[in-house]
Design a protein around this ligand. Structure first.
Ligand SMILES: Nc1ncnc2c1ncn2[C@@H]1O[C@H](COP(=O)(O)OP(=O)(O)O)[C@@H](O)[C@H]1O
Ligand SMILES: [Mg+2]
Length: 246
């Protein structure tokens, strides 16, 4: 088994942030095995802004769940920030995941009874910071996404676009190098989607945050630099967005 200390070797500093080799995923229901990912090879470097497109059912969320270490491949290899994920023990995996990845979902996933500042602070509380320190850092992130004055409102007291900005603040609060966003504008109108994408673009350009964004919408994908298209569990395009004829 690869030890966790060996992966900190400087030689791996240039390793891609994410690397998938021959990743397959099947779901088994009763006697029926359904292949969903059929051999995915993908490397994503630090600072990239990648859009993932594909029809409903093509395996986009399955891929994102594997990349986010929320699910495991049936076969193939995945390394995250130089760590071979399959070799990590549960607590090491949780640590690598918490340090490396911020998640943004279509449905925002905010806790309804908690003020925005505490929603944003939650990952820091899990990481062991005390409440005051966590709130201070959460407030900084809320200000960065334009929500500073709303810190003590509840999620239902702000708009959908603002709720998604809260979720992005929460994803950023641990300073992860990577954000995984699965259809982050799926519940938002066009104008609000543009604002969210402008925020992502700003985070990518000014802070070098690596972004993977699943979307159905060509207008969303055009904000990225690179497009990965999935069809029936395989990558059918991987290249510059401007060459993809969106
Ligand atoms: N937990 C699961 N159990 C069984 N089948 C699943 C599960 N999750 C997804 N699937 C199936 O895998 C396929 C791909 O799903 P998904 O990755 O959610 O696609 P997408 O996000 O591109 O719409 C679909 O046919 C879906 O029904
Ligand atoms: Mg999906």
């Amino acid at each position: 088994m690869t030890s966790v200390t060996s992966v900190a070797a400087p030689v791996l500093a240039a390793a891609p942030l994410l690397k998938l080799r021959g990743v397959r995923k099947s779901y088994v229901t009763g006697d029926i095995e359904t292949p969903v990912l059929k051999g995915i090879d993908l490397e994503i470097g630090r600072g990239e802004f990648v859009a993932i497109m594909g029809q409903s059912g093509s395996g986009k969320s399955t891929l994102m769940n594997i990349l986010g270490c929320l699910d495991t491949p049936t076969s193939g290899e995945y390394s995250l920030d130089g760590h071979e994920v399959a070799t990590l023990r549960d607590d090491d995996l949780a640590r690598v995941r918490n340090r490396t990845i911020g998640f943004v979902f279509q449905g925002f996933n905010l806790l309804k009874r908690m003020p925005l500042i505490d929603n944003v602070a939650l990952p820091l509380l899990y990481a062991g910071l005390d409440r005051a320190q966590s709130r201070t850092r959460a407030q900084v992130r809320l200000e960065q996404t334009g929500l500073g004055p709303y810190a003590f409102r509840l999620p239902n007291q702000i708009s959908g676009g603002q709720q998604q900005r809260v979720a992005i603040s929460r994803a950023l609060v641990n300073d992860p190098p990577l954000i995984l966003a699965d259809e982050p504008t799926g519940n938002l109108d066009t104008q609000t989607s543009v604002e969210i994408l402008n925020l992502f673009t700003e985070l990518n350009r000014s802070q070098g945050i690596t972004l993977l964004v699943v979307t159905h919408e060509p207008d969303v994908a055009r904000h990225a630099n690179r497009l990965v298209r999935l069809k029936d569990g395989l990558v059918t395009y991987d290249g510059p967005v401007e060459d993809a004829h969106l």
